[in-house]
Write a protein that binds this ligand. Sequence first.
Ligand SMILES: [Zn+2]
Length: 313
Amino acid sequence: MVRFDRIYSYDDMFQYLQELAGRFGSFTILRMIGESHDERLIPMLRVGTGAKVLLCTAGIHGRESLNPTVLLRIMEDYCTAYEKKETVGGYDAYTLLNRYSICFIPLANPDGYEIAVRGFSAVRNPLLRRLCKMRRIPSAEWKGNARGIDINRNFPCMSYTQQLLSEFPASEQETLTLMRVMSDYDTVGYLDFHSRGELLYYYRHAMPDTYNQSCRRLAEYLSALCGYRLGLPEEEFPTGSAGGNSVNFYSEHIQQPAVTVETVPDSCGFPLPLEQCERVYDQVRRLPLGVLACSAAASRNIRRLRDRRVTFC
Ligand SMILES: [Zn+2]
């Protein structure tokens, strides 16, 4: 079982994903969806047999080091529940994961994670290692990839703003990897796990009211499950320091609901305290299944409305 009293390295997590894929081979698929600039494979575990997919990412920011482990435990829980036909927090995992699948990408920025948890010596490429050190940012506070680029400001969307001269929209391999997954799969939604604040961000300045209203309904439902408050529209900066992120790109290009889940209280510093893992897990473990339950309910309602229209005719 995934433990919360230790920090897993990239290699540990990779091995654990392989074990999960081996143990639960009849309803999981482990895929290498891309490679980081410091040549680490980016793994994705698909859990479930349904064609429509919920995408869950963590670790886009290296220093937000608890969410990858929490997602790993959630994957393990869902796989076990599916196999035993048990529920998870009241949700029928077996039925939901036959209707849908969840694509988990727990380490979307593996180089950033390794820098944050193991220091700059974890960077294999000597040139990249030297460039990282020159930025004079403590390794425990490292957000970007091994080129020092913040992946979550690199997505080509309305709010994108250039960070450095060497950076342009989708210049990073990690960004391109996530963009490819978003377009390759038939997704019903996207949860992106970050830290800090115990907040859910749903509002997108670039999107029409109808989108923001349906995204808000989902976020309210998730808020009741995890106890996090909703971020205010004015807290979702349209440009500048928080623009160009993955949920903005997803909302604008895929147009399905996307919610940023900010775990861990605001008061926690970096490195994030390991004791927070259990608390975060208790708060968020039902969220992915909650999104699937909402999606199933929405399509039932659409069917009912359609049937009613036929009757009236
Ligand atoms: Zn973040």
